[in-house]
Design a protein around this ligand. Structure first.
Ligand code: RIB
Length: 297
């Protein structure tokens, strides 16, 4: 089983601030740091902490070669990372004292996918393989249709939520991972149980994971409903916590681990990531998870 993540690759510029800047206000940052990021890149790294055959497909500009090297050093196959004429995607990230963030994205080379490139990538994957997608690249529909045609299992994290993604055909998706706000935006429903009912009725084959912040997370498939509590940690930077959760859950889920284990591992990994600065660099090693687990006992 190979996992191919068709996803964004960003240069993240982190500004440490007292509070997130308000309209019309100018504030000073306490520090600034440049790091590897993008929901796609972060998720690939989280996947590769758990799984050997992870491929990342996507585009970088001439300013982004260090990002492909970084992925490679993390054990990810980068043969489907293409050099684009457009500059690499960028994220301007403010992180406040409570670890909350606010992000402005420049899509850059992440939107340079075309049919030929997508077709060439899928020549190398088939029925037993998994496609992982977020919503920071172009040609999402085409990629999903191509993967569906080739019978790959499709995992979607519809983040960041957009009007287009709300209208997707989720029938083609095997596993959808999203937070409460994204679920509400897609279903148009308010309460959690109304949302669950909406997805169960509208897309009966879909497996669903909804993350609920401090209330933990929930897995739903047909009549199965499994809950996981959240772990309380001192938040330093929540950037990339959702990506960590997604990568850990997906890798373990398709490796055949039971759902309780998948949810618990993903929750532990994302809680630990929040205690460190940065997105991709805060994704924990499995050995760190063990130590953290012992403290929780
Ligand atoms: O999910 C976190 C990521 O969102 C950051 O790394 C940033 O690049 C944005 O895409």
């Amino acid at each position: 089983m190979k996992i191919v993540n068709f996803g964004s690759i960003n240069i993240d510029i982190f500004f440490a601030v007292d509070h997130i800047v308000r309209p019309g206000e100018t504030i000073s940052a306490k520090s600034i740091e440049k790091r590897a990021g993008g929901k796609g890149l972060n998720q690939s790294i989280a996947l590769a902490k758990n799984s050997k055959e992870v491929y990342h497909a996507g585009n970088i500009g001439s300013d982004g070669e260090f990002l492909a090297e970084y992925l490679e050093n993390e054990g990810i196959n980068t043969e489907f990372i293409r050099k684009s004429e457009i500059l690499t995607g960028n994220a301007i990230i403010q992180v406040d004292e409570g670890g909350e963030n606010s992000i402005v994205l420049y899509k850059g080379a992440n939107f340079d996918n075309d049919k030929d490139f997508v077709d060439s990538v899928f020549e190398h994957f088939s029925e037993n393989d998994i496609l992982v997608l977020q919503n920071e690249i172009n040609m999402m529909d085409y990629i999903i249709n191509k993967a569906y045609e080739k019978r790959l299992k499709i995992v979607l994290n519809p983040s960041p939520i957009t009007d287009e993604i709300k209208k997707f055909d989720y029938d083609k998706i095997d596993l959808l991972l999203l937070n409460e706000h994204e679920a509400k935006a897609i279903s148009g429903k308010e309460g959690l149980y109304e949302n669950i009912e909406f997805f169960k009725k509208t897309y009966p084959k879909l497996k669903l994971v909804i993350t609920l912040g401090k209330a933990g997370s929930i897995y739903i498939s047909k009549d199965e409903l499994i809950r996981q509590k959240a772990y309380k940690v001192k938040a330093i930077d929540s950037t990339g916590a959702g990506d960590t959760f997604t990568g850990f859950f997906v890798a373990n889920f398709y490796a055949g681990k039971d759902i309780n284990t998948c949810l618990e591992l993903a929750t532990r990994a994302s809680a630990l990531s929040v205690t460190k600065k940065g997105a991709s660099v805060s994704i924990p090693e499995l050995s760190e998870l063990d130590d953290f687990g012992k403290k929780l006992l």
